[in-house]
Design a protein. Structure first.
Length: 700
C-alpha cells in the first residue's frame, strides 16, 4: 500500500504482548505518503524496532501508547523530523530518552508518561520551539529540570509529576497554562518569577520540599483556577497579594508550616469550591462568610489555635487572652506607644518638610527633565515614525480614522498610531470617548495606550491621534478570515488551533469582566468584534478601540457620560438587538457581542455572511445544530485538527468541548438581555473547558 496516508488500528486486541509484535512497522517504510499512524490501546508487546526511524519522512502523528511495550526508545526516532504528535504513554518503556529526540523540531505534542523511563531529561528539548504539550509524568527521571526548557516559548502544558527530580530550577515560560511538578524532590524557595505566568490556569507543586514564604508575586497569576501547594515546607502567612486570585476554584495549602490568621479575603472568592488549610499553624478567628459557610468544602484539621467559625467545625469560642488587670497594663502601654509614636511622626514630618523646601527647585527641574517621553511625542515625531503616514505604513482603516505602524527614530520602538479623521461626523466624540475610557483602565488584556497627540499639522489643521503599543500578530479578524485580508506572502499561515481560540476567548472575557465589574465606574465597550481584538507576539488577546465606549456612573443603572456620539452603538451583526429599539447601552449589550464573537471564532462564519438571511442568524444557526451536528457547523480547520489526535477518547473530548463552547455563545447571544450569561460565569466555564482538554491530553 504505497499510497497509504492514514493507518488507524487503535483500541483493538491486536498482538500477543510478546517479542516482535511491532515488526509490521518495518513494512510501512515503503508507504511514502504515510502521515498518520495510530496503534494505541492494543496488546502489542516487545521492544520498538529500529526500523521505526525509517518510517516515511512525511509522518506527522505517531501513536504507540497503551501497549505493553518494553525496552528503550530507539535513537533513530530523531529521524522523523516532521513529527508533530508523539504518544508513547502507559507502556513499560525503560532507559533514557535519547538526546536525538531534540531533532523533532516540529513536535507540538510529546507524551511519554507512565513508563519506567529514567536518567535525566535531555537538554536537547530546547530545540522544540513549537512544543505545546510536554508530559513526562509517572517515570523515574532524576536531576534538574533543564534550564533551557524556558526557550520553548510555545509551551502551554508541562507535566513532570511523579518522578525523582530535584534542584531549584523552575520553569517560567509565560505561555504556560498548566504546570504539574507534584511528587518530586524539588527544594528551595518558589521563585518570584512565577508571577510572570499571568495566564497560568493550574499549578500543582505538592509533595516536594519547597520552603520559605509563599512569594507575593504568585498573586500576579490572576488566571489561576487550581493552586495545589500541599505537602511542602512553606512558612509564614498567606500573602495579601493572593486576594487577586478571584477565579480560584481549588486551593490546597495543607501540610505546611504556614501561620498567622486565615485571611478574610478568602470569603470573597465566589468560585472557590475546595479550600484545604489543614495541618498548619493558623490561629485566630475562622471566617464565617463565603466558602466558610460550607463545612464540606473547608478542611482545617490540625490547626489547634483556631477559634470561632460555623458550628459544624466545633471550634472553641474566641475569647480575650488577657485578664482585666493585664488589660489595664496593656492600655497603658498602648497609650504610651501612641504618644511616642505621634511625637516621632511629627519629628519625621518636620524633617521631611525642611528637606523638601531646600530641594524644591532641583526636584521640580528633575521632574521636568525625566517627564514621560511618550507625552512629548509631537505631530512631527509621529510623521517621521510612520514615513509621512504613507500607504505602506497603513495597517487598518476604521470608522473614524486610520491606523499606521510606526517606528520611533529615537529608540526604535514599534508603535501603532490611530489618526482621527476629524472631517468625519462623530470622530471628535470618538476621540474623547477613547481618551476618557483609557485613562481609567489598565489591564493585561486591554490594549495599552502610550500617549495622545492633540496638535496642529503642517497645513494648520487640527490633528488628533492615539499612540498604542504595536501588536505584532494583528487582529483576530485576520486569523479567522485570512482569505478576506490582503495577501501577506511573508507572513505565517493564519490558522488558529482549538487551544489558541479558547485562550483568546478567555482573554476577551477577562477584559470584559474588568470593564464591567472591576473599574470604579462600569465601562461598556459597545463595539466588540474580531477587528477590535488584537494579538501580541504570544497570541494573547487585547481588546482595543474604545471610540464608542460609555461609562455608567455608580449612582445610576444606565447613565451615559456624554463621551460618545449619539446613536452609535456598535457594528451590524454584533450589536445587541435591544439597541435597535432605542435601549440604553448596558453590560448585557457587550455580552451579546461577545456571544456572537465566540460563535464566529469556532464556526469561522461572520454574522454578516451571505447564508444568514431573513430569520436565520448566527445564533439560530448554531442553536439548531446542537449537539448532534456540532462538527457540521465547526470551522473545518478545527475539525481536521480534532481528527489528528490519537485515540477515540480525545476526539470525543474535543466534540464535547465544542458543544460546551457553543452553548456559552448561544447563552450570551439570546435576545432578552436579562437572560444572558454573566461574563464572570463565561470566564469560569471557558476555563473549565480548557481544563477538560488538558486533562484529556488535547493541545495545540
Amino acid at each position: 500500500m504505497r499510497n497509504l496516508e492514514r493507518l488507524d488500528i487503535h483500541f483493538n486486541h491486536l498482538g500477543s504482548g510478546g517479542f516482535g509484535d511491532l515488526s509490521f512497522l518495518c513494512s510501512l517504510t515503503n508507504s511514502t505518503s504515510l502521515t498518520y499512524l495510530d496503534v494505541e490501546e492494543n496488546k502489542l508487546g516487545g521492544p520498538l524496532p529500529e526500523c521505526i526511524g525509517n518510517l516515511p519522512i512525511p509522518i506527522k502523528s505517531l501513536g504507540l501508547g497503551r501497549n505493553p511495550l518494553t525496552g528503550e526508545i530507539p535513537r533513530a526516532i530523531g529521524n522523523l523530523v516532521n513529527l508533530e504528535v508523539l504518544f508513547m504513554a502507559e507502556s513499560i518503556l525503560s532507559g533514557a530518552i535519547p538526546f536525538e529526540v531534540g531533532n523533532l523540531q516540529n513536535i507540538a505534542y510529546l507524551v511519554v508518561s507512565d513508563n519506567n523511563l529514567s536518567g535525566v531529561i535531555p537538554s536537547s528539548l530546547w530545540k522544540m520551539k513549537k512544543l505545546l504539550i510536554l508530559d513526562l509524568s509517572g517515570n523515574q527521571f532524576r536531576g534538574h529540570i533543564p534550564s533551557h526548557l524556558d526557550e520553548c516559548q510555545s509551551l502551554t502544558m508541562l507535566d513532570l509529576s511523579n518522578n525523582n527530580l530535584n534542584g531549584l530550577v523552575f520553569p517560567t515560560v509565560k505561555t504556560l497554562l498548566y504546570i504539574n511538578l507534584s511528587h518530586n524532590h524539588m527544594s528551595g524557595a518558589l521563585p518570584t518569577e512565577v508571577g510572570q505566568m499571568d495566564h497560568l490556569d493550574t499549578l500543582d507543586i505538592s509533595g516536594n520540599m519547597f520552603g520559605d514564604e509563599i512569594p507575593s508575586t504568585l498573586g500576579d497569576c490572576n488566571a489561576l483556577v487550581v493552586l495545589i501547594m500541599k505537602d511542602n515546607h512553606f512558612q509564614g502567612s498567606i500573602p495579601q497579594s493572593i486576594s487577586s486570585l478571584r477565579s480560584i476554584e481549588k486551593l490546597d495549602l495543607s501540610n505546611n508550616n504556614l501561620s498567622g490568621e486565615i485571611p478574610k479575603f478568602l470569603e470573597t472568592f465566589h468560585f472557590l469550591e475546595i479550600l484545604n488549610l489543614s495541618c498548619n499553624n493558623f490561629e485566630g478567628m475562622l471566617p464565617i462568610e463565603g466558602v466558610f459557610k460550607n463545612a464540606s468544602a473547608i478542611f482545617i484539621a490540625g490547626n489547634i489555635k483556631l477559634c470561632g467559625g460555623i458550628l459544624e467545625f466545633r471550634l472553641p469560642r474566641c475569647i480575650s487572652r488577657h485578664s482585666k488587670s493585664k488589660g489595664v497594663v496593656h492600655k497603658l502601654k498602648l497609650l504610651l506607644s501612641i504618644t511616642f509614636g505621634l511625637l516621632g511622626v511629627v519629628l519625621v514630618l518636620v524633617f521631611v518638610y525642611v528637606c523638601w523646601q531646600k530641594k524644591k527647585k532641583p526636584k521640580e527641574s528633575t521632574s521636568n527633565s525625566i517627564a514621560d517621553t511618550w507625552q512629548k511625542l509631537s505631530y512631527g515625531t509621529l510623521l517621521k515614525a510612520t514615513d509621512g503616514f504613507s500607504s505602506t505604513s497603513l495597517i487598518g482603516v476604521g470608522s473614524f480614522g486610520s491606523v499606521y505602524r510606526g517606528i520611533l527614530q529615537e529608540n526604535g520602538t514599534n508603535i501603532a498610531v490611530k489618526v482621527l479623521n476629524l472631517m468625519r461626523h462623530g470622530a471628535l466624540n470618538s476621540f474623547n470617548a477613547e481618551c476618557e475610557a483609557l485613562k481609567r483602565i489598565k489591564h493585561r488584556n486591554i490594549l495599552k495606550v502610550l500617549t495622545v497627540c492633540s496638535s496642529i499639522n503642517y497645513d494648520g489643521n487640527d490633528f488628533k491621534a492615539l499612540v498604542y503599543e504595536f501588536m505584532v500578530n494583528g487582529s483576530l479578524k485576520e486569523w479567522l478570515h485570512p482569505s478576506l485580508m490582503p495577501a501577506d506572502v511573508d507572513g505565517p499561515s493564519k490558522n488558529l488551533s482549538l487551544i489558541h481560540r479558547i485562550k483568546i476567548s478567555i482573554d476577551i472575557a477577562f477584559a470584559l469582566d474588568y470593564l464591567h465589574n472591576q473599574c470604579d465606574n462600569t465601562i461598556v465597550h459597545c463595539d466588540l468584534k474580531p477587528s477590535n481584538v488584537l494579538l501580541d507576539g504570544e497570541m494573547v488577546g487585547h481588546v482595543s478601540d474604545f471610540g464608542l465606549a460609555k461609562i455608567i456612573l455608580e449612582s445610576t443603572s444606565y447613565t451615559n457620560t456624554n463621551i460618545s456620539s449619539t446613536g452609535l452603538r456598535g457594528t451590524i451583526g454584533y450589536t445587541a438587538p435591544e439597541y435597535g429599539m432605542g435601549s440604553m447601552v448596558s453590560t448585557e449589550g457587550d455580552v451579546y457581542s461577545y456571544g456572537i464573537l465566540l460563535l464566529e471564532m469556532f464556526t469561522g462564519l461572520s454574522p454578516t455572511a451571505g447564508i444568514f438571511k431573513e430569520n436565520l442568524n448566527l445564533h439560530n444557526f448554531v442553536e439548531e445544530a446542537l449537539p448532534e451536528r456540532v462538527l457540521e457547523i465547526t470551522d473545518p480547520i478545527l475539525v481536521q485538527e480534532g481528527e489528528s489526535y490519537p485515540g477515540h477518547s480525545r476526539k470525543r473530548t474535543v466534540v464535547d468541548c465544542l458543544v460546551m463552547v457553543y452553548g456559552i455563545g448561544v447563552a450570551c447571544s439570546v435576545g432578552v438581555p436579562g437572560e444572558r450569561m454573566s461574563i464572570v460565569d463565561v470566564a469560569a466555564k471557558l476555563r473549565s473547558v480548557m481544563g477538560r482538554l488538558y486533562t484529556a491530553g488535547v493541545g495545540g
